[in-house]
Design a protein around this ligand. Structure first.
Ligand code: GAP
Length: 516
């Protein structure tokens, strides 16, 4: 039941995103292309605002962080050095009856999630039964039925974790068989063996068969930063500790692409590599955890929607790693990863390129390979988290429902919509005047079609924080009505107060100031 409700919520968000110009399926008139999406007229504005928020927080607020924009194509040896050619794999399994391909780890993780669902159902049932006096934490740790589900979940989780750590593909298949996991399409257990599948897209560069070489579409932006470490450090006269930030597209041939823009084949990352002295990395890791969580929370979507998920299984090059997870309609999911990557990447590039990649530390009077803390967040996942947390079907006092996006105001695609009450008597001209005053600072729109009520709803649906209505009184005394999206309250203000009023709520400055 809970599962169905979650799916319904996501479905509504997907169709809202399409109906209001946020996200369209790619190549839609050709029936779409799996896990590839286009951003529409409102989506691109929201996306740009997310990127601006991240970029400003990194580069304006930290004197020692600079940005770059490296190419998507890179020398193929980079991906050998980084480990992606040999180890950027997902374990896949095919069902012989439906001919469908799945990620073995995802099938098992879904099975684990079923135990979590059962636990949540028990707790929800008990909460209903016991009312206000109910102590959910106590119930979770004492109720025999809940404890039974927890024990079964942990048993499966441990078995799965051990198999993944040992890269034991036969054991992954055995788990799928032992737990009776069936193909959702055919309903059968007629599985092939589990195989590894590399996620990088390949293409050919060069025009002749002999002269061409295989290149990859980058699966992460980070390597473009590592291979430019010396360029930036030397030309920017950067001193450790310092960071390099980058926003750009990344590509992964995901086997199981689902949950809308959560897992895509073409997506965008915002990554920052922070170079530090060896031995100081764990201290910086904690600082970046705190800094990044603060960045998320400053958007005001609710502190309870975030949690850290520290990795128990670390990649061989990492000595600490955590995810910032956000509560999506389909559970807590990773939005950002923070990794202490040691000197792995720079050392590998030194080895494979044969070029010395070291930093001379004038204070220590010695050279070393810097250690790296990476913060890596997906723009599209951030977009999805904002959309999910903002979407509300609000029941109004008059019995009607309004669909509203409570977007963080600084990120809203349109900040204000100016509307003449009627399309005559000089009101449209006055409204245009106001729009012309505001448009240099804020994304504004103008709407004179349909009733005022309908126009308000249209703006609510795209999350516009303010609607400004010009009426006959405006012509007499230079005041307008300003309506607030979240409360629907209206107030009468002088036109010359508008810039300050809007600014106080939508400004990036105010948002950024929360971070320092
Ligand atoms: N450089 C490190 C790195 O790429 P990752 O955990 O694989 O780490 C970082 O990816 C972030 O990129 C994730 O937290 C997620 O937000 C985003 N991301 C990864 N794969 C994605 C996909 N297929 N679709 C959308 N976003 C994705």
């Amino acid at each position: 039941m809970a599962q169905v409700k979650q799916e319904e919520t996501l479905k509504k968000i997907v169709s809202h995103a399409k109906e209001y110009g946020f996200v369209f399926p790619s190549s839609e008139i050709y029936d779409g292309l799996g896990a590839v999406y286009d951003y529409g007229q409102n989506g691109v504005e929201l996306k740009n605002n997310i990127k601006r928020y991240w970029w400003s927080a990194m580069t304006l607020l930290h004197e020692n962080i600079v940005g770059i924009d490296s190419a998507i194509f890179m020398h193929p040896t980079i991906w050998k050095a980084s480990g992606h050619v040999d180890a950027f794999n997902d374990p896949l399994i095919d069902n012989r009856d439906s001919k469908k391909r799945y990620r073995a780890d995802v099938l098992i993780e879904d099975e684990i999630a079923k135990f979590d669902d059962k636990i949540e159902k028990e707790v929800a049932k008990a909460a209903k039964r016991f009312g206000e006096s109910f102590d959910a934490d106590l119930y979770r740790t004492t109720n025999p039925r809940v404890l039974e589900h927890v024990a079964k979940r942990d048993e499966l989780h441990n078995r799965y974790k051990t198999a993944m750590e040992a890269n034991d593909l036969a054991e992954l298949k055995q788990i799928i068989l032992d737990y009776g996991i069936v193909c959702p399409i055919s309903g059968t257990k007629n599985w092939t063996d589990v195989r590894q599948f590399n996620l990088m897209f390949k293409t050919e560069m060069g025009s002749t068969a002999d002269g061409s070489m295989t290149v990859y579409l980058r699966p992460e932006t980070a390597q473009g930063i590592f291979v430019n470490f010396l360029n930036v450090q030397k030309t920017g006269r950067m001193r450790i500790p310092f960071g390099i930030a980058q926003i750009g597209k990344a590509f992964r041939n995901e086997i199981v692409a689902r949950q809308f823009i959560f897992r895509m084949r073409e997506f965008e990352q915002m990554e920052m590599q922070f170079f530090v002295r060896p031995g100081e990395e764990l201290e910086w890791f904690s600082k970046w955890k705190e800094t990044r969580l603060k960045w998320h929370k400053a958007l005001g979507m609710g502190d309870e929607k975030y949690r850290f998920h520290d990795h128990d299984k670390l990649a061989h090059y990492a000595n600490a790693a955590t995810d910032i997870e956000f509560r999506m309609p389909f559970g807590f999911k990773e939005v950002e990863g923070i990794h202490s990557r040691t000197d792995f990447d720079l050392s590998q590039h030194e080895k494979y390129s044969g070029k010395k990649i070291q930093y001379f530390d004038p204070e220590l009077n010695k050279s070393y390979t810097p250690y790296v803390i990476e913060t890596s967040i997906g723009v599209d996942r951030m977009f999805l988290s904002i959309l999910c947390s903002s979407y509300e079907e609000e029941l109004l006092e008059n019995g009607e429902t309004r669909v509203v996006l409570h977007l963080p105001k600084a990120l809203a695609p349109v900040k204000a919509c100016v509307m003449p009450l009627v399309r005559k008597d000089g009101l449209p001209e006055k409204a245009r005047e106001i729009m012309n005053m505001l448009k240099f600072d804020y994304a504004c729109c103008y709407d004179e079609k349909d009733s005022i009520g309908k126009r308000y709803r249209r703006q609510d649906a795209i999350g516009t924080p303010f609607c400004i209505t010009v009426d006959h009184q405006t012509l007499e005394d230079g005041t307008v009505t300003i309506r607030h999206r979240d409360t629907m309250e209206q107030e009468r203000v002088a036109i010359d107060q508008l810039p300050q009023l809007i600014n106080s709520e939508v400004s990036f400055n105010a948002l950024l100031k929360k971070l320092v």
